[in-house]
Design a protein around this ligand. Structure first.
Ligand SMILES: [Zn+2]
Length: 352
């Protein structure tokens, strides 16, 4: 997703430009106070001010674009994110502080007003305060990107975090899931617009999911997520769970069937969305589907969806369930998405 990356890059670049600009403005104004006879100091302050203005314009344009076009996350995500509200409040403070310096410097530029020492001193202080506030905004933005302060969390109750072997991502996810619970809107859920995986997402799916085959302990399974397939040209990006032919397969999460699909590799397959519609769950090599399962069946977790088999490219002698999870920008495109390893998620899920 090049536009998304470019917007994030310009947004960050504006931070560097803006900080440098407002810092330079403050420095130049303090030089001007020490050497009032030197007109170059005020000129340098005006140059710094120009860069500060350019950065502000870039922030507003890229920020609104990302917010309104939903290029990063659905707009509703931002509205409930505490970190986002904090970031916007700080930005408004910076903007409010800028109103008087902006108009004053405009008058200096047009030579309608001679810089006087008191104004120079005030704008110098305001510039440094803005510098500090922008640095704090950067901290909040980094925290947001790492999933702190998000209001949208897993619906299930949170149990003890005493689980040992969960990887660090899941530990972060667990702490995030302790944030206040915000009830998600009823379906239809709008597409998230992104397939990038946050700690929030991992917490959500780990709280939603259950092992699709009965009496299998996920801690006894081995990840085959990164195994090479097709002679090394692609990765497996799924979990194979060996099981006798005809073993019932239960929906790992509540949600809905997106597509009953048949392919040369996967054989009989089910693509399903979870209830948040952020994820596509895929089950392959089925022997047969559950009766009455269709392309639009609503699913509850644990509902029978089919039976283990070896259709597609699975060995006749080794029937198994090929189970995959993908983060989806829009579940309408059920075959696309960003694959995540199901095993650590299932292990975490089995512990709460
Ligand atoms: Zn497989």
């Amino acid at each position: 997703m090049i536009p998304r990356l470019a917007l994030a890059w310009i947004h960050l670049l504006a931070l560097v430009v803006g900080l440098a600009g407002v810092w330079a403005r403050g420095r130049a104004l303090s030089d001007s106070l020490r050497h009032p006879e030197d007109p170059r100091a005020i000129r340098r302050a005006l140059v710094g001010d120009t860069w500060w203005g350019i950065a502000a314009a870039l922030w507003i344009i890229t920020g609104l674009w990302r917010l309104l076009m939903g290029t990063e996350k659905a707009t509703s995500y931002y509205v409930v994110s505490h970190a986002f509200l904090l970031k916007m409040s700080l930005f408004l403070v910076v903007f409010a502080l800028e109103i008087w310096p902006m108009t004053t410097l405009m008058r200096w530029r047009r030579k309608k007003l001679q810089p006087d020492a008191r104004d120079v001193g005030r704008i110098e202080i305001i510039s440094y305060v803005q510098c500090a506030l922008v640095a704090i905004i950067a901290l909040v933005a980094v925290a947001m990107a790492r999933g702190y302060g998000a209001g949208v969390v897993a619906p299930a109750p949170v149990v003890s975090a005493a689980s040992g072997a969960i990887d660090s991502v899941l530990k972060v996810a667990d702490s995030v899931s302790r944030a206040p619970v915000v009830v998600r809107a009823a379906p239809p859920v709008p597409p998230s617009g992104t397939d990038s995986v946050t700690a929030d997402d991992v917490a959500l799916i780990a709280h939603e999911i259950a092992m699709p085959l009965d009496s299998i302990d996920p801690t006894t399974l081995h990840s085959s997520f990164n195994d090479a397939r097709a002679g090394g040209i692609r990765r497996h990006h799924a979990l194979d769970i060996m099981s006798p032919r005809g073993t019932p397969i239960h929906s790992a999460a509540s949600g809905r069937v997106l597509k009953l699909f048949t392919s040369i590799d996967g054989g009989l397959m089910v693509y399903a969305a979870d209830s948040s519609e952020r994820f596509v769950l895929m089950y392959a090599h089925l022997d047969r589907y559950a009766p009455a399962l269709t392309d639009s069946t609503r699913l509850v977790r644990g509902q029978l969806i089919g039976f283990v088999g070896s259709t597609g490219n699975a060995s006749e002698s080794a029937p198994h369930l090929h189970f995959a999870i993908a983060r989806s920008a829009d579940v309408k495109h059920w075959s696309r998405g960003n694959p995540i390893d199901p095993l650590p998620i299932l292990v975490a899920a089995s512990r709460w």
